[in-house]
Design a binder for this molecule. Structure first.
Ligand code: GTP
Ligand code: MG
Length: 281
């Protein structure tokens, strides 16, 4: 994070392995029938790669608004309104840490691919459908796939960059999903997008000034739902929260690092409330 004179910060995270992953996805898409684009339901618009249109071509896309258990209502409708795609697509919501509902996902995919399936059948081909699962880091791609198989086939974890290589996972006899490492893009058009992604844990905390980040998070949450912040902490500002939670060093100085870690963790676990951060864009 680079601080400038106005004490505002600039977030950018596009390590070399992400550029390589984007190339790998581009190559894999040639043999794929469709794309599952997993986005974090707390900021689905912020999760969309601005170059998405270029590499998706005309492949059908199933958008999965994952972590819907942590998002405020109305997020799906708002996301659909923001979409401007020429390619066929469908949008579903999902809580991938809860079991059930996987048949409905498969059915939605089959409906989206009905024309493609018919064409294949007409040519006597019953080949397996291959679908690439893509999205920003930590949005729940691997968890979504595991949930679809009811088996822990892919590695998951609550930090960005858990999946390092591609992995094909069989879901049914004729549907395979490709797990891919999370990818961001070289530059954020808008720093609010970058902050939203950092708030939800899609940008490595190690490269962030977590104190500054948690302070802007609080300011943003206070703008969206001040009552949720008040309900959780009893107070609304960073300093008041740090004091109230006993984040103090010797001599009564605020332990801002500890307070920041706590505020970020509680937000990410949904303890402060359900939010739609895209409303900040
Ligand atoms: N509350 C909630 N947590 C979820 C959901 N889906 C995934 N998670 C959690 O989000 C974290 C990240 O999940 P992963 O599946 O590893 O995410 P990923 O997109 O594969 O991440 P990378 O491989 O790093 O790109 C894990 O702690 C999951 O348990 C969901 O629907 N709701
Ligand atoms: Mg993963």
């Amino acid at each position: 994070m680079i601080m400038n004179n106005e004490n505002k910060f600039n977030i950018n995270w596009f390590p070399g392995h992400m550029a390589q992953t984007l190339k790998m996805i581009d190559a894999e898409l040639k043999i794929c029938d469709a794309i599952v684009y997993v986005v974090d339901a707390r900021c689905p618009q912020s999760c969309i790669n601005p170059q998405f249109d270029d590499f998706v071509g005309r492949k059908p896309v199933l958008f999965v608004l994952n972590k819907i258990d942590l998002a405020s209502s109305g997020v799906k409708e708002q996301f659909i309104q923001s979409l401007q795609l020429k390619t066929p697509y469908a949008v579903i919501t999902r809580n991938s840490v809860k079991s059930g509902g996987t048949d409905a996902v498969v059915k939605t995919l089959q409906k989206l691919l009905a024309e493609r399936i018919q064409t294949k059948l007409a040519h006597g081909i019953t080949k397996t459908l291959r679908v690439a699962v893509i999205g920003v880091t930590n949005c729940g791609k691997s968890t979504f796939i595991n949930n679809m198989t009811n088996k822990g086939k892919t590695q998951t974890g609550n930090r960005p960059g858990v999946t390092r290589t591609k992995q094909w996972v069989p879901i049914t006899d004729n549907l395979w999903l490709l797990d891919t490492p999370g990818t961001l893009w070289p530059a954020f058009a808008n720093q609010q997008i970058a902050r939203n992604l950092a708030y939800v844990g899609s940008i490595k905390d190690d490269i962030l000034d977590t104190v500054a980040l948690s302070q802007t998070l609080l300011a943003d949450l206070n703008q969206l739902q001040p009552e949720a912040v008040k309900n959780r902490f009893g107070v609304n500002t960073f300093d008041e929260i740090a004091k109230k939670r006993g984040c103090l060093l010797r001599g009564g100085i605020l332990d801002t690092r500890r307070a920041a870690k706590m505020i970020l963790a509680e937000f990410r676990e949904g303890k402060i409330g359900k939010f739609n951060l895209d409303n900040l864009l």
